[in-house]
Design a protein around this ligand. Structure first.
Ligand code: MG
Ligand code: ZN
Length: 368
């Protein structure tokens, strides 16, 4: 009896140890799952409809990284005051979940500020960043960080960058920071706020950690077909990801292929295909990162189509030749595609208003 008693005691202790170990492991696992960083990389091809994507695919000989997405949806792009949106109202719809009037930057139809997804990310102590191929104060990036009645207010939009905690931004538009009507030098003020302020592509690219205000042009960066470095957008995007990766909560990154739209306004197919190839290379690099990371949601979409582009007879994969026709010098109102990859991507299937993109991102982060 005595022997059996000590035997049970050993067994009891053993079971207790096993139970406690299992419980602790389970709790630890649950905790680490909860603490996984949540990252979104939102990529906007300005003016990028299906025809622009096809033109880039033809110029690339028949393949594009768009083919790697398994979830595809369609976004309805109308603004509050027009069937055809401009880039300001289009980006504000995506960044705030509210339709607004054309030209509005991060404000509603009443001109009052609306909190953006980037600002929600900052409020929740996530890292934030933007990488573009236009002035950083231009309509699309501005609508994620600024609140102004009109997109033409570049100098006021530049001031709004100082009111935020954005970790990294790279693009053109330096003159709106250092050649201002009010005489202020916002580059000096950004330095004082702890940013590494860099004013050419090489010194921007050399920054390996910390906060970065990167300017690659006084105003508009060059078009790719006129000589912009074809590694810029891809490398700056990967650099922004790396700079934000230390944040254990996660990050929000907006990347814009800004000049696809400008090629559309010019009805210039060479301009469009070069910008599409540039954007496609960047998408490839982002998907490689996201596939390896496993916890990054990648969304690729557009604010609207530009040019009413169609690809006609004479277009050839083999000759990498696009026979283009345009029906407009302006934006058009057709739905634009949404491509999603990674955790949470399933919710991007279907047809919905552009404002839904905001709510789907909020849901992925768990923000309220
Ligand atoms: Mg834009
Ligand atoms: Zn446009």
């Amino acid at each position: 009896m005595k022997q059996l008693g000590s035997h049970s005691r050993v067994l009891f202790t053993l079971f207790t140890v096993i139970f406690l170990t299992a419980f602790t492991l389970h709790a630890k696992k649950k905790k680490s799952e909860e603490k996984k960083p949540r990252k979104i990389i939102l990529m906007i091809g300005d003016g990028m409809g299906l025809a622009q994507i096809c033109a880039g695919t033809v110029a690339n000989g028949g393949y594009s990284h768009f083919q790697r997405f398994k979830v595809i949806g369609l976004s309805r792009t109308s603004s509050a005051d027009d069937y055809i949106t401009d880039s300001a109202a289009g980006a504000t719809a995506i960044s705030t979940g509210k339709k607004t009037y054309n030209k509005a930057i991060g404000v509603g139809v009443d001109s009052l500020p609306l909190k953006t997804i980037l600002e929600y990310a900052e409020e929740n102590k996530y890292a934030t960043g933007m990488v573009v191929t236009c002035p950083i104060t231009h309509a699309t990036p501005a609508s994620f960080i600024a609140h102004q009645a009109s997109r033409s207010m570049d100098e006021q939009i530049a001031l709004d960058f100082l009111k935020t905690d954005i970790d990294v931004f790279i693009g053109g538009g330096k003159i709106f920071f250092d050649k201002r009507a009010d005489g202020r030098n916002l580059l000096t003020e950004l330095s004082a706020k702890g940013y590494q302020v860099k004013t050419d592509t090489a010194s921007v690219a050399a920054v390996k950690n910390g906060k970065l205000a990167g300017f690659i042009a006084d105003k508009d960066p060059k078009a790719v077909y006129l000589g912009r470095d074809t590694s810029y957008l891809r490398n700056a995007t990967l650099q922004a990801i790396q700079l934000m990766s230390n944040n254990l909560n996660g990050f929000f990154l907006m990347v814009e292929g800004s000049q696809i739209d400008w090629g559309g306004h010019e009805n210039n197919i060479e301009y469009i295909t070069a910008e599409m190839l540039d954007f496609n290379r960047t998408i490839g690099a982002v998907l490689d990162y996201a596939a390896n990371d496993g916890n990054t949601l990648v969304i690729v979409t557009a604010d609207h189509e530009t040019g009413g582009l169609s690809l006609n007879e004479g277009t050839s994969y083999r000759q990498k030749k696009v026979s283009a026709k345009f029906s407009s010098k302006a934006h058009t109102g057709i739905m634009v595609p949404v491509f999603a990859f990674g955790p949470g991507s399933e919710q991007f299937a279907g047809i919905y208003e552009n404002t839904e993109l905001f709510y789907k991102m909020m849901k992925f982060y768990g923000f309220r």
